[in-house]
Design a binder for this molecule. Structure first.
Ligand code: SF4
Length: 306
């Protein structure tokens, strides 16, 4: 296909099909994963358009968290699930001194960001699909955590938004590895393909944000999936509410922990991201159909609907 801007073939400058190939490209050309992706995107459109799109994605994520923090009441669908984000937001905002006594208050904020997004999703609000709507809270929660609580060496006076762009580009690169080699669908491979993939994306992207190298990004992404392997999809009542909303909060914290474990090492590790992706695909294949978005197994049959 012709490039509408440049009239060239739409061939990526740096093609890759696996994490090994991607990190080898980074080694060979001295580039980060985000730089590899932006070079590939530049064959499709001018770079400023890609960066404007990334800004608009981040803007939509922030708006979604804001909306979730200010909407009250019960979610639609009949389960009578009460929204929790607004009360948590109110509590955290009106008692800032509590954070002095409990350093884990930061986790309350991470939980809040994820709950806010997934409550918006359950209510039909606007979310950024990342990589699915059911798992839409994890990337925004971890990116909110990063921008509010952590410094990035990629944030400079000249490039104030570079760290956020890199986060999203790195997360996207990780998602493509799952899309190419496994699946990002709960109906295909269970929740490991949705919440697991989002956790992996966020873990790797956070490492880049914190200044980790591409081997550390690969390491964190691998940890983010390894501990979600076998996660089933069993939404109560067929609604993306229980366990989905809380599950996004849990996976956001897991992603942050994966990044922290990784940043304490040098990126060398035993299980590769490619191997964990293969394992996820095969585990999904072996999973009984009732655990793949059918609401015929797991919590969906053991929780009595009111
Ligand atoms: S349990 Fe199923 S519907 Fe809910 S987030 Fe996971 S994959 Fe999506």
């Amino acid at each position: 296909m012709k490039n509408p801007h440049f009239g060239a073939e739409q061939t990526p400058v740096y093609p890759f099909n696996s994490a090994d190939e991607l990190t080898a490209l980074c080694d060979q050309h001295g580039l980060s994963i985000a730089e590899i992706i932006i070079a590939n995107e530049n064959t499709l459109r001018p770079e400023k358009e890609t960066r404007a799109a990334l800004d608009s994605i981040w803007e939509a994520m922030q708006q979604c968290v804001h909306n979730g923090c200010h909407h009250h009441g019960t979610l639609p669908g009949g389960l009578q699930v009460k929204r929790r984000a607004s009360a948590i937001f109110q509590n955290l905002s009106t008692h800032p001194e509590a954070a002095l006594a409990d350093p884990l208050t930061i986790l309350d904020w991470v939980n809040l960001y994820a709950l806010a997004v997934n409550e918006e999703n359950a209510a039909g609000g606007r979310v950024v699909t990342a990589p699915t709507n059911g798992a839409a809270g994890i990337i925004p929660a971890v990116l909110h955590y990063a921008t509010r609580f952590k410094h990035s060496p990629h944030t400079t006076k000249d490039k104030p938004r570079d760290a956020v762009h890199r986060f999203l580009l790195t997360a996207g690169a990780i998602a493509t590895l799952y899309k190419k080699n496994a699946s990002i669908s709960g109906a295909d491979v269970g929740c490991q393909g949705e919440v697991g993939v989002a956790c992996s994306m966020a873990a790797g992207a956070l490492v880049d944000y914190l200044g980790g190298n591409h081997h550390q990004v690969e390491n964190a992404a691998e940890i983010g999936m390894e501990h979600n392997l076998g996660l089933t999809c069993d939404p109560v009542g067929g609604l993306v509410q229980i366990p989905c909303i809380e599950r996004n909060a849990m996976a956001s914290v897991k992603a942050i922990n994966a990044a922290r474990i990784t940043m304490s090492g040098d990126g060398t590790h035993f299980v590769s991201l490619d191997k964990v992706i293969t394992t996820m695909r095969e585990t999904g294949k072996d999973m009984q159909e009732k655990y793949k978005e059918t609401s015929r197994g797991g919590l969906a049959v053991n929780v009595v609907e009111c």
